[in-house]
Design a protein around this ligand. Structure first.
Ligand code: SAM
Ligand code: SF4
Length: 333
């Protein structure tokens, strides 16, 4: 099987693909709160284009695909895309990330389509906080979807939570409890200064750990590798699932980064923080051959930056002109 490494010897085998920048939520740290003008339908990649790129990704050495957004389930016929990508020879795994609000009706179809894993975002269990945070009253639908998904036989179910000062800091233990009675991974993601997240008060891993330890006791580390990503996991005693930390700010994990990103309008991004400049859409729409596209992807991977500068740019704004200005919904998280 083909593999590819970048200049820093990191094996790159995973791509996150944003299938739309549209979303039925307006999470305060992700989407602009005023008027939001989404990309036009002609600007975003078609399913055929995404499928073709996935075939080329396989040739390069990328065998795992995460579909994200915006809200992926807001895109019409999304499940057909899951099915098609799953059928591509060399694709080992298709997973997705969702806000869960539209998920309930699709769980069994997604399982049948071969979805290997699903991440559901959940930042609060309080309806009023949920409304303030997302601009919707969808909490009960999200919770129903989590329960359905945990019984549907999808191999991996994860809950993603962004801890925020003064918003959900008093709920983190309760959210972690989803991992207690079911084999679910609950991951706490540090707020990143991307898009609307810039300047928002997140809570670092150390403080989350302290809160969890006060309730669940010692957080035994887990040695086995869980998932494809940067999370480090613990398992409190008596838990069926695990608790994970994705701590881009306090525990930079760039040296083990294994991924590239494709935005909904077809920009290939080798690093979350840096603005991508390679438009695969342009290549697709100017009749480039698969070989030409493959060469561009290889070159972009080779030029993947060594690490992000989240802390430094918060302080000094030193490389501002190179940095990502898109909102997280267009990138896909
Ligand atoms: N709509 C889907 C969802 O909410 O899961 C998929 C897209 S969303 C952009 C993917 C993930 O990015 C979510 O878990 C969300 O919480 C996270 N996210 C968005 N903005 C963020 C930020 N500034 N810092 C950290 N995580 C962020
Ligand atoms: Fe939508 Fe997900 Fe962004 Fe929330 S985090 S606004 S659900 S894309």
């Amino acid at each position: 099987m083909e593999t590819i490494k970048d200049l820093f010897h990191r094996k790159i085998d995973y791509v996150r693909i944003s299938v739309t920048d549209r979303c039925n939520f307006r999470c305060t740290y992700c989407m602009p709160q005023g008027q939001f003008i989404p990309m036009s339908h002609t600007d975003i990649l078609t399913f055929e284009e995404i499928e073709r790129l996935c075939r080329v990704f396989v040739k390069v050495g990328i065998h795992k695909v995460k579909l994200t957004g915006g809200e992926p389930l807001a895109r019409k016929n999304f499940i057909s895309l899951v099915r098609k990508i799953n059928q591509i020879e060399g694709i080992e795994q298709v997973t997705m990330t969702t806000n869960g609000s539209l998920l309930g009706g699709y769980v069994s179809e997604l399982a049948e389509a071969g979805l290997a894993g699903i991440n559901i975002s959940l930042d609060t269990l309080k309806p009023d906080v949920f409304r303030k945070l997302t601009g919707t009253d969808e909490l009960s639908n999200v919770l129903d979807a989590i329960h359905k998904t945990s019984r549907a036989g999808i191999p991996s179910v994860k809950i993603n939570c962004v801890p925020m000062q003064g918003v959900n800091d008093d709920e983190l233990c309760e959210i972690a409890a989803f991992a207690k009675d079911a084999p679910i991974e609950v991951r706490f993601i540090e707020m990143m200064p991307i898009g609307q997240g810039k300047g928002q008060a997140g809570i670092g891993e150390a403080e989350v750990r302290r809160k969890l330890e006060a309730v669940y006791g010692s957080l035994g580390p887990v040695d086995e590798q869980l998932g494809n990503g940067p999370a480090s996991y613990v398992q409190p005693e008596g838990f069926q699932g695990h608790i994970g930390f994705i701590s881009a700010i306090s525990h930079k994990f760039c040296e083990s980064c294994n991924r590239i990103r494709l935005t909904s309008d077809g920009i290939l991004k080798p690093c979350l923080q840096y603005a991508g400049h390679v438009s695969l859409k342009e290549l697709l729409r100017t009749n480039a051959s698969d070989e030409q596209i493959e060469a561009v992807i290889r070159q972009t991977i080779l030029e993947k930056p060594q690490c992000h500068q989240f802390r430094e740019t918060n302080d000094a704004d030193s490389k501002k002109e190179l940095l990502e200005e898109r909102i997280m919904a267009g990138i896909g998280g």
